[in-house]
Design a protein around this ligand. Sequence first.
Ligand SMILES: Nc1ncnc2c1ncn2[C@@H]1O[C@H](COP(=O)(O)OP(=O)(O)O)[C@@H](O)[C@H]1O
Ligand SMILES: [Mg+2]
Length: 270
Amino acid sequence: MNLTVTALQMRFGGNVVLAGIDFDISEPQVCGLIGPNGAGKTTLTNIIDGVYRPTGGSVNLNGERVDGLPPYQIAARGFGRTFQIPRPFERMTVLENLEVPARAVRRLQPGAFEARARDALEFLTIGHLVHEHARALSGGQKKLLELGRLMMLDPDFIVLDEPFAGVHPKLREVVYGFIHRLRREGKAFMIISHDMGTIFTVSERLLVLADGKLIADGPPDQVKRDPRVIAAYLGPAEDEEGTEAVPRPIDEAFDAVAEHRREEDDAGDH
Ligand SMILES: Nc1ncnc2c1ncn2[C@@H]1O[C@H](COP(=O)(O)OP(=O)(O)O)[C@@H](O)[C@H]1O
Ligand SMILES: [Mg+2]
């Protein structure tokens, strides 16, 4: 599997949102994408999945150039995503929401779709909702429904945009379980989150986007110490009085994650 983003640029009118982005993901891994609000995280994923055509640069998926292709063609090549705001078919049932897009993309025996969908919904703890209309689901349940769609489409490469935002802690555990399971199955993830604790817990690699550029790309422990990353989250290193700003908030978030990891290790988890 391979996703290669080269010299990617995106301008909206005079607003340069992405000013030359380069990275590639060429193995199963959980790659976090973080950056201050408005940094262009969602825009980047909207280009990768074909919602936007970039104003410069290219996106290659498994050796084939895909920027400019419509989203359904990119999906057919093994790319899947969820949205910051879930977009289920509100007037279809939960089961139909899983079956309809899967039938459009994959060739399975008709009976196999339903069995697969029921398995996915059970795994996501919303098996009891199969015949509910999507509109009756809570915001968190709708996010799980989108994960169910991905399980049906079985993409190699998955982007999750803020999968934890506004999700009840119990359902969050289900999202973690989903990521772990599909990662073990060999999928690559790019996960956007502004929740530092969560993203540092799940990511094996972190990309940091700020001012239209990737300012860091590496293991979370290394990224955490990168002065450019700290500065991006805290603004200039000096306040008005000229004294040095202390990088507390991001550091506290990192410490909380380290603590959480130690507890997990102690419990003999994973
Ligand atoms: N369709 C669009 N038209 C014009 N500007 C846009 C559009 N989509 C995003 N932007 C601008 O791109 C910038 C980055 O937005 P976004 O990608 O949503 O950031 P993030 O997801 O990192 O918070 C913002 O300044 C936003 O106003
Ligand atoms: Mg966003």
